[in-house]
Structures are given as structure tokens and as C-alpha cells.
Design a protein around this ligand. Structure first.
Ligand code: IPM
Ligand code: MG
Length: 364
């Protein structure tokens, strides 16, 4: 199969982790006889430097013309002083909106090899952590009006959070359908004791529930959910929530699985052209040191094969290779065990060596 991928290395550790993911994709192409043709796209801080815009229209057009988009990470200290519409993150938000990818899927699953890297007690981890956060990605407070004005002699800042029924319904359906393919348990997370947008969210979820009698719907307030994720993560199968709650809860969920560096994500809309990115940021503090964990990006590439290219076997081959590298004790710094005895059984490697080890273990 021939597929065309728009590749956005981005900023900070972005280029290093993308390089490893592309090397893995090359190896998959060679084993399975595919051809992946990549077009590099500038987005984020590097695009601000080169073009004065975090996502020039022609860069967005390149993404829209591809079969899917693979992204490293964007952002960094250097651009933090820029006005909000010229920040690297704005490029990412415009890309998500431009591609119409409203459904962001973030798995939180503990790898048995990394159980000791979880900050949670063993008794909690042993009950199992395997859930997915389905995050609404192109609505809510991220996309409402933002303004800062002077009122009564002081600055006043406003960000609007709004959702239409249709926006809630389309992400709600993804939540129900995802749960239907898993253990059939959907937790809808909102703040309906305070927010109108959450009360609408909750009512739409309950209307949809009638169409999915095989799925059990549970409501949870977001503050309680933050607590339940660390108290008893085994209770969750699929969480569906709005954009900002999903941003916050998915960082928390990643941490209890050991490291944010391990977590991939897929973002999909009405077409097969998806956006695939690790959920971590650009980590400027370690950029260029070859210490970043490339696994979140490599697993994002696997998700791309599965969801955009319908290559389930190839995706599984990558996931198995990651597991085999972990089995042999290869660890980047973020997933090295803190216990000295356990660390002695592991091999600490950098970003490129981790990529090489995963490629070595790839097999049909
Ligand atoms: C994420 C990130 C982004 C977000 C930032 C970089 C804009 O935190 O993908 O979770 O908030 O969506
Ligand atoms: Mg985030």
C-alpha cells in the first residue's frame, strides 16, 4: 500500500522523537512491502521563526492533502512572550480545527514491565489500569472568544466555554462506540453542579444512552474524577469529556501509568485522515540531548497505521516490538526504576538507541 504522511517534527524534542518514529515506519514498510511517502511540514515555534506564523495556510494545506499527519511536539520558552495568536500552541489548535479532528483518543494503560514506575501503591496498580480518555478536541474554552481588556482601571481577562448539542452529541457517540468495543462502561465527566455547558453535556449523554443499551453510563464530576483516577483507576473503561477537562485528566492518567513519555494519541474527525501525536510536550530542557523517550511517538505511528491506514497487523507488530524492548530491560531516563536493585536489571538508553532496539525487535 502507498500512503502519504505529512510529518511535523515541531520544536524541542519533536525532531528527535519523530526521527525514531519515521525509522520504525521505514522498517515496517520494508517488512510488509508498503511505501510511506513523507512531506515535512513546519508548525509551531519553528514556523514562527521561518514564516512569522505558527501554521501558514500552505502548511495546513499540505496536511489536508495527506492520508494522515504525524506530529512530534510544539512550543518552548523562546516563543512564550508572543501574542496569543502567534504562539506555537495556536498552530496546533488551528491544525486540529482545520483538520476537523474533534475526537482525541488517549489510552492510559500500564505496561506490566513498567508497573514499578507508577507513583501509585502496588496494591492499586495490581488491580489494573487500562482505560481510554475520549477528549473533545475542537470546541469548548480552547476555541471560545479570548480577550483581555482594561475595566475599572485594571486588566480583565475572559475566555468563553460553550458547546452546542451537536458538538456534544458527536463526541458522545464516539465515547459510547469506544465503550461498546471494550468493556461497555462509559464515564461522562463534567462539572454540572456549576456549569451550564456541563448540564447540557450531561443531558445529551443521557439522551444518547437510550441508543446504547449495551453500554453502562456513569456521570462523574471532574473534581471527583481527578481523585478517582489516583484512588481506583481500575474502575474506568472509557472516559468521555470536554476539551479542557480532557487535557488535564489525560496528563494525570498518563502519570499513573509510569511516564507521560509512553502515551500516544489519535485525533479523528469525519474522515480517515487523522492526527497522531504523543501527549507530552516539547520538553525544551532535554532537547538535543538524545535522552527523550520516543515510545509515545512510535506508538502514535502504530495508531496511525491502525486507524487511518487499516493496518492492524503492522500496528500490532510495532506494539509487540516496544513490549519486547521493554522486556529486555531497555529504558529511557523517564522510565528508569528508582529502586537501585531493579535499575541494575535495566539498561538505560537514549532516544536513538531506544528507537534502534525497537526496530531490531520488529517482526512479522
Ligand atoms: C495537549 C497539549 C496541548 C493542549 C497544548 C500544547 C496546546 O497540552 O495536547 O494535551 O492543551 O491540547
Ligand atoms: Mg495537555
Amino acid at each position: 500500500m502507498n500512503k502519504h504522511i505529512a510529518v511535523i517534527p515541531g520544536d524541542g524534542i519533536g525532531p528527535e522523537i519523530i526521527k525514531q518514529a519515521l525509522a520504525v515506519l521505514d522498517a515496517v514498510a520494508a517488512i510488509y512491502g508498503h511505501s510511506f511517502c513523507c512531506t515535512e511540514v513546519d508548525m509551531g515555534g519553528c514556523a514562527i521563526d521561518a514564516w512569522g506564523d505558527p501554521l501558514p495556510q500552505e502548511m495546513l494545506d499540505k496536511c489536508l492533502a495527506a492520508d494522515s499527519v504525524l506530529l512530534g511536539a510544539v512550543g518552548g520558552e523562546k516563543w512564550n512572550h508572543m501574542p496569543s495568536d502567534k504562539r506555537p500552541e495556536k498552530g496546533l489548535l488551528r491544525l486540529r480545527a482545520g483538520m476537523g479532528v474533534y475526537s482525541n483518543n488517549r489510552p492510559a494503560k500500564i505496561w506490566p514491565q513498567l508497573a514499578s514506575a507508577s507513583p501509585l501503591k502496588k496494591s492499586i496498580v495490581d488491580k489494573g489500569i487500562d482505560f481510554i480518555i475520549v477528549r473533545e478536541l475542537i470546541g469548548g474554552i480552547y476555541f471560545g472568544d479570548h480577550k483581555t481588556e482594561v475595566a475599572d482601571g485594571q486588566k480583565k481577562a475572559t475566555d468563553i466555554l460553550s458547546y452546542t448539542e451537536a458538538e456534544i452529541e458527536r463526541i458522545g457517540r464516539i465515547g459510547f462506540e469506544t465503550a461498546r468495543k471494550r468493556r461497555g462502561l462509559l464515564c461522562s465527566v463534567e462539572k454540572s453542579n456549576v456549569l451550564d455547558s456541563s448540564r447540557l453535556w450531561k443531558s445529551v449523554m443521557h439522551r444518547l444512552a437510550a441508543e446504547y443499551p449495551d453500554v453502562t453510563l456513569v456521570d462523574m464530576l471532574v473534581d471527583n474524577c481527578a481523585m478517582q483516577i489516583v484512588k481506583n483507576p481500575a474502575q474506568f473503561d472509557v472516559i468521555v469529556t470536554e476539551n479542557m477537562f480532557g487535557d488535564i485528566l489525560s496528563d494525570e492518567a498518563s502519570m499513573i501509568t509510569g511516564s507521560i513519555g509512553m502515551i500516544p494519541s489519535s485525533s479523528l474527525g469525519a474522515t480517515d485522515c487523522g492526527l497522531y501525536e504523543p501527549i507530552h510536550g516539547s520538553a525544551p530542557d532535554i532537547a538535543g540531548t538524545d535522552t527523550a523517550n520516543p515510545i509515545g511517538t512510535i506508538l502514535s505511528a502504530a495508531m496511525m497505521l491502525r486507524y487511518s491506514f487499516n493496518m492492524a497487523e503492522e500496528a500490532e507488530a510495532i506494539e509487540n516490538a516496544v513490549s519486547a524492548a521493554l522486556d529486555e530491560g531497555y529504558r529511557t531516563a523517564d522510565i528508569m526504576p528508582s529502586d537501585e536493585q531493579e535499575a541494575a536489571t535495566c539498561k538505560k538508553v537514549g532516544c536513538s538507541e531506544m528507537g534502534r532496539q525497537i526496530i531490531n525487535k520488529l517482526k512479522r
